[in-house]
Design a protein around this ligand. Sequence first.
Ligand code: PLP
Length: 425
Amino acid sequence: MDFNKYLIENYSVDEDVISLCSEAEEELSDCFIKADETAQFNTLKVLHAMQKNKLSDIHLTHTTGYGYNDLGRDVLEKVFANVFNGESGLVRPQLISGTHALTVALSGNLRYGDELLSPAGRLYDTLEGVIGIRKTKNSLIENGILYKQADLLENGGFDFNAIEKSITTKTKIAAIQRSRGYQWRRSFTIAEIKELISFIKSVNPSIICMIDNCYGEFVDIIEPCDVGADLCVGSLIKNPGGGLAETGGYIVGREEYVENAADRLTAPGVGKEIGPGLGIVPSMLQGLFLAPTVVSGCIKGAVFAAKVFEKLNFDVLPRSTDIRSDIVQSIKFNNPDILNEFCAGIQNAAPVDSFVRTVPSYMPGYDHEVIMAAGTFVQGSSIELSADAPMREPYIAYLQGGLSWHHAKIGVILGVAKLKRKGLI
Ligand SMILES: *Cc1c(COP(=O)(O)O)cnc(C)c1O
């Protein structure tokens, strides 16, 4: 019995799907070598940070209550700061999500009357609620912050003229989103982020350049703070949690700005001093240690999906041969039924809740119904194989994750096999 026979016998995968997928995989060896090299380098970087900070047995215990002198938490934050090249880090289970970490970083550093600039178009859907672009209570705008946005050019590039015009003496933070969010756009490479930061600093050097690094960690061998970012923020149930962190977010960067964020997360004057590890710190450390390898599997899975859907004549972003800056693969289906069935197929391919049928539904923070396939060990984790999509035209699936390349590949095969069985491709 081999892999393909097992798929055919146990999962009713069509033989055409098997040969299509085998062909796709064979064409990807160069890209796989590159993903492995990146993982190798980033593993070394993480290992070095752990050694440099003398990570020890004692750090794998935990505190409760106030969490004063939580040695594990403190070393975790130093390791994160080193890996992401920040002066300081705030890495906590009390940062519940990417949106929360971004909110804490923004509201900790913005004061009444300050301006927040998005120099690269729309920000992530949930941030529209945080900022108050979509009307919410307690938004930044309601708290006296002004918001400006310079949209991207039609070719997807930065509109440097518009950015320059949007900057004033009151501009305090420029928020740059590396990954695509629920948009049909490329993710910005570190080189592009560098160019954008340099430009912004040339207009006004005191602007805090903050990168939403969600889904971007360990895709490259350098990170935003290596090219001048002052703050870099992300979620631990995405890339840097390596699938093991059970919750959490991180904020790294310049010490002053990280401390401002810490004062917002806990209380002014208390900042980073409190915050119990609650037993989650060891999984955060171990997850970070595995994250480069896990991310390389996700990239292989994403490229594989791109190749397979290219062969099926769907529009994909990035293309299988493009340079990547995040783990997300967008597939444009132009059809709600195909989108629905593909997400259902990904759900059926999961280790957890494989028998569940996904249906589009309301999600807090989003203004369209969202369909989400996430049969994950950590609830809502999207470093595990997952697919999600707002139910709106042109019906784009955002596929990402996979704790191993093997699972990511199986997921894509089963997703495609489902479309074939339903006569949709
Ligand atoms: C996922 C994501 C977020 C928000 O993270 P949550 O953990 O879902 O709140 C923000 N920005 C980008 C680009 C993301 O991909």
